[in-house]
Design a binder for this molecule. Structure first.
Ligand SMILES: Cc1cc2nc3c(=O)[nH]c(=O)nc-3n(C[C@H](O)[C@H](O)[C@H](O)COP(=O)(O)OP(=O)(O)OC[C@H]3O[C@@H](n4cnc5c(N)ncnc54)[C@H](O)[C@@H]3O)c2cc1C
Length: 308
């Protein structure tokens, strides 16, 4: 099968989780990568180093070297007849792009795939991870997003990867790029971070996420949030962990003032070690945790900061 893997973009830069997408793509067939958006030349060189990638397409149209997925989806729609599978890693970028591509081809995407068998059966957790759905690969073209935490990154061995300039003049463009201002967050992305400190509704009393950020910066960790924290405006939407947020698999996850609702647990079930700090001893996150500290976060975290 011919697989077109769209190179991930994170704030205009190459998303290293693309390497996990290559592993998933190789389960299905021959992988061609498409590097678009800002820094597409650099992205193409980075993805060309990943073993298993056969060729890299780089659009030369300046419109496709800007952020945003609307016009990229139009280009992919033109390329779709040449591929059996169009895929990206589940991320803010991939989850925005792939459903648009599927809609343009009048197809339904399959998102959040966690396993692919030899006979191309796809697995995806549903009902907050309580059920694992197994699906046959749909009639081509198939539009997929794959959970990066479920596939190891492909290795880095430079082979003779072809980098091909893709000349294209798009018509019927859907958006025009005006400006691009990345947020000031320079912490590791929670999906690829080895340590994630996440905050929840328990932060409300402090009125900010400062406590979470302080501990995260101390540990050089990524920051995550529960949906309540996002809804309260304490954290941005892209930090949400869980069923309707992102799935993470760090070595260490520390939940501060997070109850541990099933929808949140769905996003952290692959964490290797879970630590919960909550004033309620019966919080479900305590039950799922390797280490649970029943304490007020506003006194426990400053103590921790002194001791670490
Ligand atoms: C369809 C659907 C999808 C959803 N998707 C997601 C998702 O992706 N991610 C997600 O997180 N949620 C999701 N939710 C929401 C989820 O059900 C919970 O409402 C949410 O996770 C609760 O967040 P929380 O634990 O931070 O907040 P709360 O439920 O408000 O819990 C706050 C916790 O903080 C503790 N606390 C309070 N003060 C302190 C203190 N000073 N010190 C220590 N502990 C303190 C409390 O004991 C409590 O356990 C979804 C819900 C639905 C219906």
């Amino acid at each position: 099968m011919n697989v077109l893997l769209i190179v991930g973009d994170r704030l205009g830069e190459y998303d290293p989780l693309t390497a996990n997408g290559v592993t998933a793509g190789l389960h299905l067939g021959e992988v061609t990568a498409l590097a678009a958006g800002p820094n597409s030349q650099q992205k193409s060189e980075q993805v060309a180093n990943i073993s298993g990638v056969q060729r890299v397409l780089v659009p030369t149209n300046p419109v496709l070297q800007t952020p945003g997925v609307e016009n990229l989806a139009l280009l992919i729609n033109k390329l779709t007849p040449s591929y059996d599978v169009i895929m990206a890693v589940t991320s803010t970028f991939g989850s925005d792009l792939i459903p648009r591509c599927a809609a343009l081809a009048n197809c339904s995407p399959i998102t959040g795939i966690s396993a692919i068998t030899k006979d191309h059966t796809l697995s995806r957790p549903i009902n907050a991870g309580a059920v694992l759905a197994q699906l046959a690969l749909p009639k081509t073209p198939a539009f997929l997003t794959v959970r990066p935490t479920a596939f190891p990154p492909a290795g880095q061995t430079a082979t003779n990867v072809e980098i091909i300039d893709l000349e294209d003049s798009l018509t019927g463009m859907l958006s025009q790029h005006k400006s691009f201002t990345p947020s000031a967050n320079i912490r590791p992305d929670p999906v690829s971070a080895k340590i994630v400190v996440a905050g929840g509704g328990g932060l409300q009393q402090g009125g900010s996420f400062e406590l979470v950020e302080q501990l995260a910066d101390h540990l050089k960790a990524g920051v995550g949030a529960s949906r309540t924290a996002v809804d309260m405006g304490l954290a941005s939407n892209d930090l949400q962990i869980g069923q309707t947020g992102r799935s993470i698999a760090p070595d260490l996850y520390i939940g501060l003032g997070i109850s541990g609702a099933i929808q949140h647990l769905a996003g952290i079930k692959d964490a290797r070690m879970i630590v919960s700090i909550n004033s309620d001893p019966s919080a479900p996150l305590h039950g799922a945790a390797d280490y649970a500290l029943t304490a007020d976060i506003f006194s426990a975290v400053p103590e921790l900061l002194k001791k670490i």
